[in-house]
Design a protein around this ligand. Structure first.
Ligand code: FMN
Length: 219
């Protein structure tokens, strides 16, 4: 089984798909992964609409501002939030903040499960919400959050640049960056391992210079 970090790093947003069938078994596994995502108070205020009929995929692509490449994907899954359910427990914060976060957690699980099954995914957030609601007869109070296109990639795009860790992490206070996070973290194991590595390198270097000197004398 692949390491989770390898899966995370290898996943790409796939633009073009091969016109190849994706089995229901795989689609079910992907939605099952979504089902196990965290959600605020375990409210699980999400629903998933499966689309694999070519004509319907075409209409969806149109509603997604003409992102027609998704018609080739084996299946589209429209992820919908039920914000009212989160609002009942958490008020405005539940409706506005937790609902999209819950769905985003579910979506990321789907992307990674698809990746582990050898499939590619494209996250579509750009679409006409009213048009999508009309296509699927989605009730007024429900909000489609994303369309996930899933299929066999035609090509894997190169990895786009990602910020390095040092750029993103502060320690204990906004903007506070540290040269040696292991020290702040009191991570003695890391510090000792680093010292041991440095010591090993310096011993190797010293040994090599002795060998070089002896070689020169022999010559
Ligand atoms: C909220 C959200 C909306 C997105 N909307 C679209 C979209 O409409 N069309 C598309 O092709 N990709 C869309 N993407 C995918 C991003 O463009 C993609 O994740 C980003 O370029 C980084 O590439 P990577 O996923 O391969 O790391 C969306 C991603 C997110 C998280």
């Amino acid at each position: 089984m692949a390491d989770i970090l390898d899966l995370i790093k290898a996943r790409r947003n796939i633009k073009q798909f091969l016109p190849k069938f994706v089995s229901w078994e795989k689609v079910a596994k992907i939605i099952d992964a979504a089902r196990h995502a965290p959600s605020s108070g375990n409210v699980q205020n999400w629903k998933f609409i499966v689309v694999n009929e070519p004509g319907q995929k075409q209409v969806v692509a149109e509603a997604a501002y003409d992102q027609y490449e998704i018609v080739q994907a084996g299946v589209l899954i429209v992820v919908c939030a039920l914000p009212e359910k989160a609002e009942r427990y958490y008020g405005l914060r539940g409706e506005r903040l937790y609902s999209p976060q819950n769905c985003a957690a579910a979506i990321q699980n789907m992307l990674l499960e698809a990746q582990s099954l050898g499939l590619g995914t494209r996250w579509i957030g750009g679409f006409d919400e009213e048009a999508i609601k009309a296509i699927f007869k989605i009730p007024e109070e429900v909000r489609p959050q994303a369309i996930i296109a899933i299929g066999y990639p035609k090509e894997i795009p190169p990895k786009p640049p990602k910020y390095p860790l040092e750029n993103l992490v502060f320690f204990g206070s906004w903007r506070l960056r540290l040269r040696d996070p292991a020290k702040y973290y009191n991570d003695t194991a890391t510090i000792l391992a680093r010292k041991a590595k440095a010591a090993k390198l310096s011993v190797q270097k010293a040994a090599q210079s002795v060998v070089d000197k002896v070689k020169k004398k022999v010559e």
